[in-house]
Design a protein around this ligand. Structure first.
Ligand code: SF4
Length: 313
């Protein structure tokens, strides 16, 4: 059966120069989107020159949801103008991804809301200050993120938490959701990074190790009515939430031209799997690190994706 062509969300990868010291393969802010293969070189993407063109192309597609991501696009000099262009184009929802502390600045959240942002995606590495600050490498960062979330909510912005699934913090995934529910967070994006760009960085956890924690967090979030997305987690690790594995967000990149090839692979267990062709498979860096341990063919019928896998045009 053909995939439905209705576009219900579109990412714009602004590829702005990123001020954060985190490994580019771990933080989702400027990591390559599902349409983009990982860069050959380590480090953050170079500053782009053509965000406006990418944005205009995205706006012409009139998606109901537009996600601006890539470094800290809110630090761009023309960030408010870009958001205003989104609002004036009639896109119903405009979500901007950020590390969070910017939102804690006085009147900042109100300013981006007034300009055109309806939602923000806020990066959270864990459910405790100890875990989050360890990964962020900055004491007090967790508290600044929480302040940012509170001020975003107070300004009327919808908040989605962007949570990388990492070895030091994956046991706290349910704790993240437990804290997010009373805080009024409306969405959760769980991201299993393809791999750190620093081999000595002990952040990458084997998927079989994290799978039950991911499933429990997704279950709780969905029960609470949160909008949940995942990336980097194959269907066979998502249990009853396997359908999330096929819902990759299409994206337009303002950076170097991408090949359009998914940076994922399928191994021996996938040969007999009924989900191959729907499931996104595993990122090659993960296979290099952990092999195919824990990956098992499914025999149940694959669910239809919620989003189209590719953007035409
Ligand atoms: S066995 Fe392969 S195709 Fe099947 S769900 Fe797992 S990763 Fe996806």
């Amino acid at each position: 059966m053909a995939h439905p062509q209705q576009l219900i969300g579109l990412g714009i990868d602004t590829c702005s120069a990123c001020p954060h010291p985190w490994p580019v393969g771990v933080c989702p802010l400027c990591a390559p989107g599902p349409m983009a293969p990982p860069p050959d070189n380590a480090g953050h993407p170079a500053a782009d020159t053509d965000v406006e063109t990418a944005l205009l192309r995205g706006l012409r597609m009139t998606p109901p949801l537009l996600i601006l991501r890539g470094g800290e696009c809110l630090l761009r000099e023309n960030a408010l103008e870009l958001l205003t262009a989104c609002r004036q184009s009639g896109v119903a929802r405009v979500e901007v991804w950020t590390a969070g502390p910017l939102l804690g600045r006085p009147r900042f959240a109100q300013a981006i809301h007034k300009a055109g942002a309806t939602d923000v995606g806020v990066l959270l590495f864990g459910d405790t200050a100890e875990g989050h600050d360890y990964v962020a490498g900055a004491a007090g960062h967790f508290a600044r993120v929480l302040t940012g979330v509170q001020r975003a909510r107070a300004a009327g912005l919808g908040v989605r938490l962007l949570v990388p699934v990492l070895r030091p913090t994956f046991r706290g995934l349910v704790g993240v959701v437990r804290k997010a529910i009373p805080a009024g967070v409306k969405g959760l994006y769980l991201w299993a990074p393809p791999g750190p760009d620093r081999s000595a960085h002990p952040l990458l956890a084997p998927l079989p190790l994290v799978a039950s924690y991911v499933q429990a967090a997704v279950q709780l979030a969905r029960t609470a009515g949160m909008d949940v997305r995942t990336e980097g987690l194959p269907a066979c690790h998502l249990g009853p939430h396997a359908g999330l594995a096929v819902a990759s967000m299409p994206a337009i990149s303002a950076g170097p031209v991408q090949s359009g090839e998914l940076p994922h692979a399928f191994g021996p267990p996938c040969a007999a799997c009924t989900w191959q062709g729907r499931c996104a498979g595993l990122p090659q860096p993960r296979i290099d690190e952990h092999g195919w341990v824990g990956t098992a063919a499914r025999s149940d019928p694959a669910q239809l994706p919620n989003l189209p896998a590719r953007v035409a045009g």
